[in-house]
Design a protein around this ligand. Structure first.
Ligand code: FE
Ligand code: CA
Length: 523
């Protein structure tokens, strides 16, 4: 956290002048002297022989047209080295950064050795980017002793500083997971802006330029840049990468036409792709853009990164006027129970169950956006549900828990974001029946900055939900995990103050999951 963006840029600039004798100048009329790498670097989607390298060139990160102050194509060199000093460069190439992808680059590196660190950098127009550290995954059948993960979700720029991201970087994880709400599409206005620590200073994102600029602003943050440069990541989205509480092709605004919302969603998805170190994916004719994928980490872990937004059914009972994202009963919202409703979409469900049937890794990790175990609000003889989580899609959850129960992947662990609070849950085979078997362990990270839900109200509801072993919405932070073949340890890491850019971190709670025994135990 002592590295300011300015000093990062200066170091990159000086390094570039020394290291790159070939100066290429394309379309830099407005860029003379400015750093081309104010957004840092990132890597992701690791494989045994490579990973994706990412950067986005810009000189004016939030230029109103969303093009970062650049126009013409720029030729960029990328280097991957076996050592931090780049004495042994093992892969290199040239790519062209173009305006139609906002000068973002996705280099899918191949041909590397499994299970080891590599360092990478970009060079353009005589400038060198900051360097990043990435890692290939171990060979598919390698025995792996240990894997260190850091798990993040929900970073509202206006709600706080990203010190949690900085502490994640300090832990030097092998892999970082981002589980959604990486940006927020709206800016707070009026009274709500009074509690802002800093302002987006941007109109609500509804267009490609608007979404691009949200990601760009986040990436100017020194703590977030440092985290991306420290480890490869696996990223999925939740709702705020497009619009609060949207569901599939349906806007959360019942007045919005589906065709208009689809255009907005496509803009958000495209900006997500451009901003993230993920493998090539694109919008199809239906304006869908697949991002679900699986990554194996030797014999130790198989990650299934799931998309809980794009292929969903509509939020239940919107048409009957109960509306989205509300707490409903079976009497007020009968269509919640419709067995044809889906959460992941039937294609993604099939893909997942195929994968669950085949994996033999010691740990099966479902990285996704929303709480799966469910929460029943028991009030005045009624049972109520919040419809935006898996609770709005009980038939889809039943199919998932049945699949976990019958396909028997080893040690299923669900990771979730969205709720801005720490949760430790037993995922039950039948979410209506506390006595049914536990089929998976679930951990929900709190938020990097976003404000939590009311603590007292939710704690009152926990009394009638014994499958929820822990809940705390009062702190911001992340989850730090260690995996070995015998056990998983999850540490709930809490920062001291979201309003303090140099906040300290401490461990709120530690959990252990033992091989062969679903459900976390307090350590
Ligand atoms: Fe959130
Ligand atoms: Ca969310």
């Amino acid at each position: 956290m002592t590295t300011s963006p300015l000093s990062l840029h200066r170091r990159a600039l000086i390094g570039g002048l020394v290291a790159a004798p070939t100066v290429l100048r394309f379309g830099l009329a407005r860029a003379e002297g400015a750093s081309l790498f104010p957004l840092g670097v990132a890597s992701g989607d690791p494989a045994p022989d490579g990973f994706v390298l990412w950067t986005r060139l810009a000189v004016d990160p939030v230029a109103p047209d969303g093009l970062g102050g650049l126009g013409a194509p720029i030729e960029v060199q990328w280097d991957v080295a076996a050592d931090e000093g780049f004495r042994r460069i093992v892969a290199t190439g040239r790519v062209t950064a173009r305006a139609d992808e906002a000068h973002s680059l996705h280099v899918e590196v191949e041909g590397l050795q499994p299970g080891r660190p590599y360092w990478y950098r970009f060079i353009a127009a005589g400038q060198q980017s900051p360097t990043g550290l990435s890692r290939t995954t171990p060979a598919p059948n390698a025995d792996v002793d240990r894997l260190k993960l850091a798990v993040a979700s929900c970073s509202n720029w206006e709600s706080g500083y990203f010190s949690a991201y900085g502490h994640m970087a300090d832990e030097a994880p092998d892999l970082t997971l981002f589980l959604g709400d990486y940006i927020y599409e709206y800016s707070r206005t009026g009274e709500r802006a009074a509690s802002n620590v800093r302002s987006y200073g941007l109109e609500d994102a509804t267009t490609l330029a608007g979404y691009r600029n949200r990601y760009a602003l986040h990436r100017t943050d020194a703590d977030l840049q440092r985290l991306h440069a420290a480890a490869p990541c696996l990223v999925v989205w939740d709702d705020h990468e497009v619009l609060n509480d949207y569901s599939g092709v349906w806007s959360s605004d019942p007045a919005a036409a589906t065709a208009d919302f689809l255009q907005r969603r496509a803009a958000g998805y495209r900006a997500f792709y451009e901003a993230m170190p993920i493998r090539r994916t694109r919008l199809d004719a239906r304006l869908q853009m697949p991002i679900h994928r699986s990554v194996r980490y030797g014999r130790l872990a198989q990650f299934f990164m799931l998309d809980g937004r794009q292929y969903r059914s509509r939020q239940p009972c919107v048409e009957s006027g109960v509306a989205r994202g509300q707490i409903v009963t079976d009497a007020t919202c009968a269509d919640r129970l419709d067995p044809s409703r889906t959460f992941l979409g039937f294609d993604q469900e099939r893909w997942l169950y195929d994968g669950l049937a085949r994996t033999d890794a010691a740990w099966t990790i479902l990285g996704q956006d929303l709480i799966m175990a469910g929460l029943r609000f028991e009030t005045g003889g009624d049972t109520r549900y919040w419809t935006d989580t898996w609770d709005g899609f009980p038939a889809a959850r039943d199919r998932m828990t049945q699949a976990l129960s019958t396909l028997r992947p080893r040690n299923p662990v669900v990771l979730a974001g969205d709720y801005h609070s720490f949760w430790t849950n037993d995922v039950k085979l039948d979410s209506r029946d506390e006595s049914s078997p536990t089929v998976a362990t679930e951990f929900a990270g709190t938020s990097i900055t976003s404000g939590g839900p009311p603590y007292d109200g939710l704690m009152a509801a926990m009394k009638t939900n014994p499958h929820i072993k822990f809940f705390d919405s009062r702190v911001r932070g992340y989850i730090s995990m260690d995996l070995t073949p015998e056990q998983m340890t999850a540490r709930y890491q809490a920062i001291s103050d979201v309003r303090d850019p140099s906040a300290s971190v401490s461990t709120l709670k530690t959990w252990v999951v033992e091989d062969g025994r679903p459900g976390a135990q307090a350590a």
